[in-house]
Design a protein around this ligand. Structure first.
Ligand SMILES: Cc1ncc(COP(=O)(O)O)c(C=O)c1O
Length: 292
């Protein structure tokens, strides 16, 4: 018999799929790592499981405990699945710009959602970062994974995503493109790939309204770069510990509009029903493959 002991054992080993239509006329091969094959429908299942299991090993998460996290939805889903499988409770803080569907899905898997205003600075006590921290202080036997600064995030990708991409491309990969939010996906994967092939070019996707690109290019954390944008989950108004700027060769910014149009094209032309952050990554990946 071949079966999994619980849903969390099905995380990872996602397919790499060639893009055909949205890359028409481009010589290079553009491959998408389709992370919605994970049980929680996103790449974040990988880090959720690793953060929970590392916390269990470190004695930070004990039976009957509550997991509290600020999330744009995807990490929450991964944490919720781990919580269901392992018997924990979950409370998630979310910015009010996140889609209602994401909130509904998290509630469906048993999480409590606290909605916080998007347009406040991270230090504001109402921000979804601050509210998560406060809940963690107030609720006994609670664990705040903090995906931004928890290095188990990067480690999950170094241990799983990186080796998968390397194996699936038989080491032929030349460019690795990823959005950068917490930085875990980009930096864990990039670290693994660059250790094997130092000349791989790593391209971080940033948004208009985020600090990353300017910080990489000038070392300046510019408050004027920060303003609201629609795309969910990447680009930041903080510098998370999981972003290792040395592992990201360059940043390219994508507008909400280009992200949205490419996301729609991916659904209609490739059969990949994905969101705007995937749209952004493919928008740049296709452009870059055409230019290089
Ligand atoms: C929809 C979406 N895209 C991209 C990202 C960025 O991934 P990472 O946090 O690994 O940098 C996130 C992270 O929250 C996300 O939710």
């Amino acid at each position: 018999m071949h079966y999994y002991n619980s849903i969390i054992e099905t995380i990872g080993n996602t397919p790499l799929v060639k893009l055909n239509k949205v890359t028409k006329g481009i010589k290079g091969t553009v491959l998408a790592k389709v992370e919605y094959f994970n049980p929680g429908n996103s790449v974040k299942d990988r880090i959720a499981l690793k953060m929970v299991e590392d916390a269990e090993k470190a004695g930070l998460l004990k039976p009957g405990g509550t997991i509290i996290e600020g999330t744009s939805g995807n990490t929450g889903m991964g944490l919720a699945l781990a919580a269901v499988a392992k018997g924990y409770k979950c409370i998630f803080t979310m910015a009010d710009k996140q889609s209602k569907e994401k909130m509904d899905i998290l509630r469906a898997v048993g999480a409590e959602i606290v909605v916080c205003p998007t347009n406040v600075v991270p230090e504001d006590p109402r921000s979804y970062y601050s509210v998560a921290r406060k809940l963690n202080q107030d609720i006994p036997n609670s664990f705040y994974p903090n995906q931004y600064d928890n290095l188990s995030n990067t480690a999950a990708h170094y241990e799983t995503t990186g080796p998968e991409v390397w194996g699936q491309t038989e080491g032929k990969i030349t460019h690795y493109v990823s959005t950068v939010g917490t930085g875990g996906t980009m930096c864990g994967t990039a670290k693994y790939l660059k250790e094997r092939k130092p000349d791989i070019v790593t391209v971080g996707i940033d948004t208009y309204g985020s600090v990353f690109k300017k910080y990489k290019e000038t070392g300046i954390f510019d408050q004027n770069e920060i303003y609201p944008y629609l795309t969910e989950g990447f680009g930041e108004d903080i510098l998370p510990k999981n972003v290792d700027f040395d592992l990201i060769d360059l940043f390219i910014k994508v507008t909400d509009k280009d992200a949205a149009i490419m996301a729609r094209r991916l659904s209609r032309e490739e059969g990949l029903f994905v969101g705007w952050s995937c749209g952004s990554a493919v928008y740049v990946g296709a452009e870059y493959a055409g230019a290089s």
